[in-house]
Design a protein around this ligand. Structure first.
Ligand code: SF4
Length: 432
């Protein structure tokens, strides 16, 4: 079936347009704008072609500022199969043929990718995802920096080192001044996006979070990603109005049973609702999953990827499960690096125009895995920029690899990719 995409001139107009179309019975889907029409951060409205005339009438009749309406083209990778290994298994070849022809992959196709093994099949899948990454988002690796400002959490997730019952953790909270000062240091390196991450620590009330957002905006003009867990709808709305740009809230798994087994305090439907609110208020919406959870199958992971697609997610963090000391899961084996890389590749092939970080969890399990992820579809690295005196106490999992600008630079060069132009050149010279 043919589709069109509508791109508006602002998030507010996009959200109004989506509401008006829905109110008038037009089924819409919010999708990351295809690269040729917008940056990786912008969201487009996708509708069926047979609704296009009615949609135009509604948008123009309601003074929606529309940047453009375009036929929705699925990205093809012409000649892909000829560039890949010749000895591919036929089921893998069939899926990659679909990628070549620009046919959307479905859940079964993703399971095929995730079940692949053997060097030839795997390298072909990674290379196809790498080609898609290059075609869609180019060679620059986006570098972001996280300030982990509190390791106190009200929740007790079984896999997480910060869970409230973990007595091995020496807890800390950073003051608002400390957080803002750390952000200012990151600004000097040239970082454009700061990630404010914490456990679910309600000591940071709505007022405090808003003060942090406003001060960082005023004093650094950086983009702000919040990663502070579940809050209520009104808070999400107020943080966006205060200037937050992005929000990272991972579902971890879309299998309800596994979700329940790892989250004693959480409700699956409320977590999904939070993601919907984030989308509704126009955040660049980050999500993600953990690979290697007890009982998780390739089909579960495929369903995660379809969920990210249907939610119009812009950033997908995919990391292997890494056991943390002092938790009920401390003796479980870590998630498989190969399965994580296959998930990165499949996510790039399915979602296309999104940010996919080469995660710190991958770097923890295998020191070369960040480079491998960059060569399998990933395009972002997140630095750990928490002040040194706190850094070792923020352990969602044990033996966490501390990714700094030096580590990131080396990974980017090794993967034969480019550092972003906004990173301070003088600083990079020091690394040579
Ligand atoms: S995963 Fe998040 S909410 Fe759960 S215990 Fe860890 S920090 Fe808290």
């Amino acid at each position: 079936m043919e589709h069109y995409i509508i791109i508006c001139n602002s998030t507010q107009h996009m959200l109004n347009a989506d509401k008006i179309l829905k109110q008038n019975g037009i089924k819409t889907e919010l999708v990351p704008a295809p690269a040729e029409y917008g940056s990786v951060c912008s969201t487009a409205i996708k509708i069926n072609a047979y609704n296009i005339d009615m949609a135009k009438e509604l948008l123009y009749g309601n003074s929606i500022s529309v940047k453009g309406i375009y036929p929705y083209k699925i990205r093809k990778l012409d000649g892909l199969i000829n560039r890949l290994n010749k000895g591919l298994d036929s089921d893998i070849k069939d899926v990659l043929k679909k990628v070549e022809m620009g046919i959307e992959l479905d859940e079964d196709d993703i399971v095929t990718i995730l079940s692949a093994n053997g060097d030839e099949n795997l390298s072909s899948i990674y290379n196809a995802a790498d080609e898609m990454r290059k075609a869609i988002v180019g060679d620059v690796v986006d570098i972001r920096a996280a300030i982990e400002f509190s390791n106190i959490c009200r929740k007790n997730c079984f896999y997480c080192g910060l869970r409230r019952d973990n007595m091995l953790v020496e807890r800390y909270r950073m003051s608002i001044d400390e957080i803002v000062d750390t952000a200012k240091e990151l600004k000097k390196i040239g970082i454009k996006t700061v990630i404010l991450q914490s456990g679910e620590d309600l000591w940071y009330t709505e007022e405090k979070i808003i003060e942090i957002i406003k001060r960082i905006k005023k004093e650094t003009k950086m983009r702000i990603t919040l990663s502070i867990g579940e809050r209520n709808e009104e808070e999400y709305r107020h943080y966006k109005e205060a200037g937050a740009n992005n929000f990272l809230l991972k579902i971890e798994t879309t299998n309800r049973e596994i979700f329940k087994n790892i989250h004693p305090d959480d409700d699956f439907d409320y977590r999904v609702k939070c993601s919907e609110w984030l989308r509704k208020y126009g955040y660049i919406n980050g999500n993600g999953n953990i690979i290697g959870l007890p009982g998780q199958t390739a089909r579960d992971i495929a369903k995660d990827i379809i969920f990210f697609k249907e939610m119009g997610i812009h950033m997908v963090g995919i990391g292997p499960f890494v056991p943390a000391k002092g938790t009920p899961f401390e003796s479980l084996p870590h998630g498989d690096v190969e399965m994580t890389l296959k998930t990165v590749a499949a996510t790039r092939l399915v979602l296309k125009n999104v940010f996919i970080p080469a995660t710190t969890a991958l770097a923890t399990v295998d020191k070369d895995a960040q480079v491998k992820a960059l060569m399998s579809g990933a395009n972002t690295i997140m630095l750990i920029s928490t002040p040194e005196k706190y850094r070792n106490r923020y352990r969602i999992y044990s033996n966490k690899n501390m990714v700094d600008i030096d580590t990131a630079y080396r990974a980017v060069i090794k993967a034969e990719r480019k550092m972003p132009p906004y990173i301070n050149k003088e600083f990079l010279k020091l690394l040579n």
